[in-house]
Design a protein around this ligand. Sequence first.
Ligand SMILES: Cc1cc2nc3c(=O)[nH]c(=O)nc-3n(C[C@H](O)[C@H](O)[C@H](O)COP(=O)(O)O)c2cc1C
Length: 176
Amino acid sequence: MSRNKNVTPTSKENKLQPNDLIVTKTDLKGHITYANDKFLTISVLEEKHCLGQPHSIIRHPDMPKAVYRLLWDTLKKGNEFFGVVKNMSMDGSFYWVFANITPSYDDKNKVIGFFSVRRHASQNLINIMSNLYQKMLQAEKRQSDDKRAIEASTKILNDFINEQGVSYNEYLISFA
Ligand SMILES: Cc1cc2nc3c(=O)[nH]c(=O)nc-3n(C[C@H](O)[C@H](O)[C@H](O)COP(=O)(O)O)c2cc1C
C-alpha cells in the first residue's frame, strides 16, 4: 500500500475543532483535484504540491488496508462512505477525522469523481476505532499477502460491527 515514505510518523497530534471542515475532491482514481485551506494547513501541504497527487500522500501507516478496501468498494457501488481515519501530515504529525465520502455525478448521472468532507471525531469514537484498527493492523501483518491480510482484517471489522447489532454506517453515524 502506498504512502509518503519520505515522512516519518511522530506522536504529535493535531486535534480538530468541532467546527473545522476538511474538504477535498478527487478524480475517479483518487487523485486530488481540490483541497480547501484547512486540508492544506493541517496536512502541511502547499496546494501546488497537493493537486494531482494520490490521496494516499496523507495515508498513516497505523491505518489498516481493509479500511481503504471498504472505502473503495463502497464508492464503486455508488454508495457513500463513512469512516474514522488517522491521517499523517507532511511533518509526520497526525490527525483523526470522521470522514464522509460521496461520488460526484455529471448531468448524465455518470460518476466523475469523489468528494470528501471530514470533521472532528469524538475522543470516545477515536479510542474505539484506534483500538480496533490496532487489532486489524496486527492481523494484516501476520499475513503473507495483501489478499489474505485484507480478508483477516475485514473479518475483525465485521465481527466488531456484528457485535454492535447495527450496520457499519449506522454504528458510525450514531457517534456523529
Ligand atoms: C475523496 C477521497 C478522499 C480520500 N481521503 C483519504 C484520506 O483522507 N486519507 C487517506 O489515507 N486516504 C484517503 N482516501 C483513500 C486513498 O485514495 C487511498 O486509497 C488510501 O490512502 C490507501 O492508499 P492505497 O490505496 O494506495 O493503499 C481518499 C479517497 C477518496 C476517493
